[in-house]
Design a protein around this ligand. Sequence first.
Ligand SMILES: C[S@@+](CC[C@H](N)C(=O)[O-])C[C@H]1O[C@@H](n2cnc3c(N)ncnc32)[C@H](O)[C@@H]1O
Length: 280
Amino acid sequence: MQRRHTITTAPLLYNPEFPRSNRYDADWVLENQMGPNALWLMEWLTDAVELKAGMRVLDLGCGRAMTSIFLAREFGVQVWANDLWITPDHNWRRVKEAGVQDAVFPLRVEAHALPFAKGFFDAVVSVDAYHYFGTDELYLGYLSGFVRPGGRLGMVVPGLMREIEEVPDHLLTPQANGKVFWEDECWSFKTAEWWGNLWGRCGRVKNVQTAILSDGWRHWCDFERVLEETGRNLFPSDWQALESDGGRTIGFVRAVAERSDAESTNLYDPGIGLQAGADT
Ligand SMILES: C[S@@+](CC[C@H](N)C(=O)[O-])C[C@H]1O[C@@H](n2cnc3c(N)ncnc32)[C@H](O)[C@@H]1O
């Protein structure tokens, strides 16, 4: 069945901040979500990463490829929809159902083993995924090698609104459903300043800019409530913790940059020893 998601309004998820996302079927978004509303986050990201029809875009950690479909439909770009946990077979089915099979190409590759030519992409974008693989000093230098000079890189992740040394009690207290918001993995949530410093130290990009999504916690909380109300949550809902935090600690951070002319080396290439003449 060919479904055209941009003709259905989404009253359940209607949000005046995200007019493009409002055009997508709420059921489809809820069915394919893997965390906070990916379309809202991608829409915010594309405010800062200019996309033009025909561009080659890598959607890194695309999950169920909703954002890849969104990019193809909203901007007319070609999207390589890469994810680790979700198979290309499942994403291809969704891509075909959305009618964008000429523009979205699903694949499954670990983020440190990207199989693309140097400078292949006009842009790399990522929502709610970059913190799983991009917090070390080497990753951006590696990733930017796949973007042409002058191309753009951008990501949105859950982040900290301020540096913390200890986790606030309200994020460690069990919610009414028994779920504790904070898990060890949340230490990969960083502040905008932290991401700005990390990206700012990488010579292979320039014009680094970071931002915090205004009322990000509220958007996340609203989405979690809808998930719970509709029984579509994959995990017990976190709305209560997000509400008690009220944006003091948790929200969304965006980082964008332009690819510079500086050369890059693929430090994750297993053949690098051979190139260096080592006896491997
Ligand atoms: C929380 S999900 C978000 C998915 C999607 N972006 C969304 O917002 O719906 C994080 C995604 O990051 C991907 N991911 C995590 N580690 C990865 C890695 N090392 N390489 C590629 N993708 C990775 C996972 O496959 C997963 O789908």
